[in-house]
Design a protein around this ligand. Structure first.
Ligand code: C2E
Ligand code: MG
Ligand code: MG
Length: 861
């Protein structure tokens, strides 16, 4: 203690022991110096004892003082002794260092020197506490000599010095702790993660601003935090009782519970909050039981909502996700993927998924995964599998290796349920293979079947039956399309019944059916089936009141002999059918190569024919019809000639039939009509008078169009009377018997057009037709003229036809008169007009005109 300190202490009591000692020493010295001693020996002894005692006391005091100082200065924290009023009585060395001032600047000064911020009556609560015998602790900020401040925690205790209450105050520098604490506080305040501290009862102790924000607490944290307002649920929305909370787990186990998704439903506001929370147990020092728990959380409400939306969207689109880690043998599947593939909740491996796939598709996926990992090839596969319940599913699986990581063993992608689409495709496929009317296979389907059979060597011996209904068109025209359809349906049923399981049946076209059967084991199988089909169709069909018979022509072709490809085989069966139809209907015919040659010619002709009209390759030759008695020309028959650029000159017999099949005859016929009329008009204008021109009209022209109207227009165009035109048609017209035919005949007759049946006697020749039809004449077929007068049966036919013509009042022209004998015979038979090489072949118009002119000059028509 220095002098000032002593002085200060002196102020607290009255007696100075040093002075007493000095006085004692002085008294004893005086007494010794003045013998006889004035004091009795006893007193002198007492004085001495007092002096010694005082000496000793002082020595002890000094050593106590030294100990006190050693201790005082050894304390690392600033320690000050304050008087009752707050004057600093003493300050240790640490204090001098901490405050950065000279001792004299502090000791004897009020405590405010060290802490200018203290309120005026700050000692009051201090003394209240000290008087209770307790220690007073306060955190304050003290000031250094340079004016800077530092935080201290001051522990104050009271003691009595020299009868006066004093304070010993130990100040602990908090700068270090404060720094750590402020960093911690700054961190808590600035991070966007919510942090709350819960006690053992899971009651909220404290929460950082982010927690306030996330949880929607405003001011009154405690009230809002009241747990009765919240329902806590797990990630699936199932309510979690408090003992199941992650915080409770942490408290119980003393372990960190990482990233758990929990939902918090705030009842008053009906707000749903999703959090990802990590709970960290807090242990007080020395305790092995956690007494607090930190909960760190972030708001994943939006993420959860987005992912729920995504899940829902995926589930609506039946798309799921998957990720396979080959390295760790782990397969992660989203809910939807599990649902699609029918995998349970247990963590499956890729093997479990593969096990659900069809053998072939399993291998495809394995290979694709392998490729993806080895070569980083992405894949996109459509695979078929089977669920546990036996239902078949189809999936589209897309996958790729985790991008950017070359060493990755992870493949991820999507998996989509495409079962519905596949089933729809299958339905479409079936529909695409079925003829909607008859419900038997259609053209494409049978082509596919045939293709498949021809590809398999064991089945390469196949027969194809090409079935075409005879006169189906007539049914359609006469009974209407409804009946036509009905007939096709019933025909299909009858054929199906007839062939049973021996062949495959398909509708190949309008009234065409195809049967494919095996020809390997029994070569007679196909003809047998053909017979069975014909027999099945032989019974008449009934349509209400009407009964209708229909027959079929069947062509048969065999693979591999008649073709190894479906198209060729069918085409050859078609050729055989066509050949059969031309010969005799209601029959079957096996294909032979010469038929094919004919067919090829036919094709060539048909192709050329289509262009012939546009190319101007047709012309008309005119063969005179001659009065057999006088040799005068009475009319001309226009005969078409085709000078094909490609095929050369072709006679009508070679191409008219084809033109009729293709329908080209209608356009050609129109041309003939116009050209003949134009020519007649020209001759007329040349002063040759009105030459009646006979044109040949195909039955197709009667069926296809309003022939009468066309004739009327053409005659009008060239200003010709009806009588300038004669129409020759064959008995085919009568057979086809289109409903409008009779009316057409009547109209033409009314125009004055002459109507003649050509080649009479060759064909149908039903006499009742002749009676019904308003025709003018017949042409006796050259087939019979040829044989007269030598051939008796030809003579008989000619006589009969001549008789019919006479009795029906019809004109008669003999065709193909080549000899004088024929002319004479016919003349005797009473046939007035003839036509033939005896007089002239078909002539070019000029030639015809020349001959006509000569005749005109001789004897006008
Ligand atoms: P068609 O109407 O009976 O014509 C008579 C055929 O006999 C003609 O043959 C004619 O050249 C031939 N001919 C005439 N006199 C004799 C003879 O003394 N002896 C022999 N052997 N033949 C003779 P073409 O011109 O070849 O005509 C054949 C058939 O083609 C015609 O027979 C006719 O049915 C048809 N045709 C000709 N032109 C046309 C036409 O413009 N339209 C249609 N639809 N058919 C036609
Ligand atoms: Mg003719
Ligand atoms: Mg003829």
């Amino acid at each position: 203690m220095n002098a000032a300190g002593h002085a200060a202490l002196d102020a607290t009591h009255d007696v100075d022991p040093e002075a007493v000692l000095a006085a004692l020493e002085a008294a004893l010295a005086i007494e010794a110096a003045h013998p006889p001693h004035p004091l009795p020996a006893r007193a002198r002894e007492l004085l001495r004892q007092a002096r010694d005692a005082l000496h000793q006391a002082l020595a002890e005091g000094e050593s106590a003082r030294l100990r006190y100082h050693a201790l005082f200065d050894a304390v690392p924290d600033p320690v000050s002794i304050l008087s009752e009023s707050g004057i600093v009585l003493d300050l240790n060395r640490a204090g001098i260092r901490a405050y950065g001032r000279a001792r004299g600047d502090i000791v004897g000064q009020p405590i405010e020197t060290l802490n200018p911020d203290l309120p005026p009556d700050h000692l009051k609560p201090v003394w209240e506490t000290l008087n209770r015998g307790e220690t007073y602790v306060i955190e304050v900020t003290n000031m250094r000599g340079d004016g800077s401040r530092f935080p201290v925690e001051v522990h104050s205790a009271g003691f009595v010095h020299a009868g006066r209450p004093c304070i010993v105050a130990v100040a602990r520098d908090l700068s270090g702790r404060w720094q750590a604490e402020s960093r911690y506080r700054l961190l808590l305040e600035s991070i966007d993660k919510g942090v709350v501290l819960l006690d053992r009862d899971l009651a909220l102790v404290t929460a950082n601003p982010a927690a306030h924000r996330i949880l929607g607490f405003d001011q009154d944290l405690a009230e809002r935090a009241g747990l009765e307002h919240w329902v806590i649920v797990d990630e699936h929305g199932r309510p979690l009782p408090p003992d199941q909370w992650p915080a409770a787990h942490s408290l119980r186990s003393g372990q960190i519970v990482p990233s758990t998704t929990i939902g918090m439903h705030h009842l008053p506001s009906d707000r749903m909050l999703w959090l990802s929370a990590t709970t960290v147990p807090v242990f007080s020092s020395g305790r092995d039981q956690a007494d607090h728990v930190f909960v760190l959380f972030s708001d994943i409400t939006e993420l959860k909502r987005d992912s729920a939306l995504f899940d829902r969207a995926q589930s609506l689109a039946h798309i799921g996700g998957w990720e396979w880690d080959r390295g760790r043998r782990q397969l992660y599947l989203t809910e939807e993927t599990r649902r699609i593939v029918d995998l349970g909740a247990e963590a499956p491996d890729m093997d479990a998924l593969l096990a659900h796939l069809r053998g072939e598709d399993r291998r495809r996926l394995e290979a694709a995964l392998e490729q993806a990992l080895e070569r980083h090839a992405s894949f996109d596969l459509e695979l078929q599998g089977q669920r546990g319940d036996g239902r078949v599913f189809w999936i589209r699986i897309i996958g790729e290796v985790e991008p950017g990581n070359h060493a990755s063993t992870r493949v991820a992608g999507t998996l989509q349920d495409i079962t519905e689409r596949k089933q729809a495709e299958e339905t479409l496929r079936v529909q695409a293979r079925t003829d909607p009317l008859t419900t038997i296979m259609n053209r494409d389907a049978i082509l596919g079947e045939l293709e498949a059979r021809l590809e398999e060597p064991a089945h390469a011996q196949v027969a194809v039956l090409y079935i075409d209904l005879d006169r189906f068109k007539t049914v359609n025209d006469v009974l209407g399309h409804g009946a036509g359809d009905e007939l096709l349906v019933r025909t299909a049923q009858r054929i199906a019944l007839a062939i049973g399981t021996e062949g495959l049946l398909a509708r190949f076209g309008g009234d065409e059916f195809l049967v494919v059967c095996d020809a390997g084991s029994d070569p007679g199988q196909a003809p047998k089936l053909a017979e069975a089909i014909l027999a099945a169709l032989a019974r008449p069909f009934r349509f209400g009141e009407e009964e209708f018979s229909i027959s079929a022509s069947i062509g048969i072709a065999y693979a591999p002999g008649d073709g190894q490809r479906p198209q060729q085989l069918i085409q050859n069966a078609d050729i055989a059918m066509y050949d059969c139809k031309r010969r005799s209907r209601n029959a079957w015919q096996v294909f032979s190569p010469d038929m094919a040659q004919k067919q090829q010619d036919r094709l060539l002709i048909e192709t050329q024919l289509r262009r012939a009209l546009d190319n101007g390759e047709f012309r008309l030759a005119y063969q005179p019809q001659v009065d057999l008695r006088h040799g005068t020309v009475v009319a001309a028959e226009a005969l078409i000639r085709w000078q094909s650029h490609q095929l050369g000159e072709l006679r009508p017999d070679l191409f008219i039939g084809h033109a009729e099949t293709t329908g080209d005859i209608v356009r050609i016929g129109d041309w003939v009509l116009r050209e003949a009329c134009r020519q007649a008009r020209e001759w007329q204008q040349q002063g040759l008078g009105v030459v009646r021109v006979a044109i040949n009209v195909s039955y197709r022209q009667f069926v296809a169009e309003d022939l009468a109207e066309k004739v009327r227009e053409t005659l009008a165009e060239f200003g010709l009377p009806g009588s300038a035109l004669e129409l020759e048609f064959t008995e085919r017209v009568l057979i086809e018997d289109a409903p409008a035919t009779l009316r057409t005949f009547a109209e033409l007759r009314q125009m004055g057009v002459v109507l003649t049946i050509d080649d009479f006697g060759e064909g149908y020749s039903a006499l009742n037709y002749l009676r019904r039809l308003p025709i003018h004449g017949l042409k006796l077929s050259q087939l019979f003229v040829e044989g007269v007068p030598g051939n008796r049966s030809d003579v008989a036919v000619c006589e009969a036809v001549s008789g019919i013509a006479r009795s029906l009042g019809l004109g008669l022209v003999a065709e193909g008169v080549e000899s004088e004998a024929q002319r004479r015979f016919l003349l005797e038979l009473g046939v007035p007009v003839g036509q033939g090489f005896l007089f002239a072949p078909g002539l070019p118009p000029d030639e015809f005109a020349r001959r006509l002119g000569a005749a005109v000059r001789r004897a006008p028509l």
